[in-house]
Design a protein around this ligand. Structure first.
Ligand SMILES: Nc1ncnc2c1ncn2[C@@H]1O[C@H](COP(=O)(O)OP(=O)(O)O)[C@@H](O)[C@H]1O
Ligand SMILES: [Mg+2]
Length: 231
């Protein structure tokens, strides 16, 4: 494993189900993510993209192969170890998953509170700052119902970034966004890579995003079939 690598996956296999319905979802997947890089993962529906993301994100247990995340092996890791690692990650999903009864800034504070020991006013300051990063300084007191789709997704991005995660895992975060909002979200993640060294692994079908990636991984039927390096 390269010292610069935030994630290193080797020979990863994964199955769903048991007995007769047991089905292999990943075959011998290997990849590495360099610190500060933006990697896009593409592939048809059912090709295994979300499975890769959730394995790297400590959201399911590694069955076979090696996943090293932030210097720690996930294969055989305890639930307690996985919980600690998960706190160092930022997640962004297709559905923004905002709490409808909380304002923008309160939603972003939810991303801070998984970190014990941060005072409430510090959390709110950090949340307001994160909303500034996504261009929503003037919307911090708004409820999700009063925000556009693009603005809601940017709140979700702010929530993922507020704890300054080492790695951001994003599963089709721009699917519901118009062209400009999608570009904004990805440009922001790219900027975080440059300024904070944040590493991003982003799943998308969205061709608009590809020219912004440092690298494009293509999955088909649970296998990596192509790795394309960009300038
Ligand atoms: N929880 C699950 N139970 C059973 N099969 C699953 C589950 N999650 C995913 N799969 C199967 O694993 C394969 C890969 O799924 P997934 O990683 O969600 O693909 P993608 O994100 O590329 O659409 C698919 O065949 C899917 O049906
Ligand atoms: Mg998926």
């Amino acid at each position: 494993m390269d010292r610069e690598d935030i994630v290193s996956v080797q020979g990863l296999n994964h199955w769903f189900g048991t007995g007769e319905v047991r089905k292999q979802a990943l075959y011998d997947v290997s990849l590495a993510l360099k610190r500060g890089s933006l990697t896009v993962m593409m592939g048809p529906s059912g090709s295994g993209k979300t499975t890769v993301l959730t394995l790297i994100g400590c959201l399911r247990s590694v069955q076979e192969g090696s996943v090293r995340l932030l210097g720690q092996e996930l294969m055989g890791a305890t639930e307690a170890q996985l919980i600690l690692l998960r706190r160092r990650l930022g997640f962004i999903f297709q559905a923004h998953n905002l709490h409808e009864s909380l304002t923008a800034v309160q939603n972003v504070v939810m991303g801070v509170q998984v970190h014990p020991g941060i005072a409430d006013d510090t959390a709110e300051t950090a949340a307001a700052h994160a909303l500034g990063l996504v261009g929503l300084s003037d919307r911090i007191g708004y409820l999700p119902a009063n925000l556009s789709g693009g603005q809601k997704q940017r709140v979700a991005v702010a929530r993922a970034l507020v704890s300054t995660p080492a790695l951001v895992l994003a599963d089709e975060p721009t699917a519901a966004l118009d062209k400009d909002s999608a570009a904004e979200v990805v440009d922001l993640l790219k900027r975080m890579g440059k300024t904070r060294g944040t590493t991003t692994l982003l799943v998308t079908h969205d061709n608009r995003i590809l020219d912004r990636a440092d690298r494009i991984l293509s999955l088909e039927d649970g296998r990596i079939v192509k790795i394309e390096e960009r300038a």
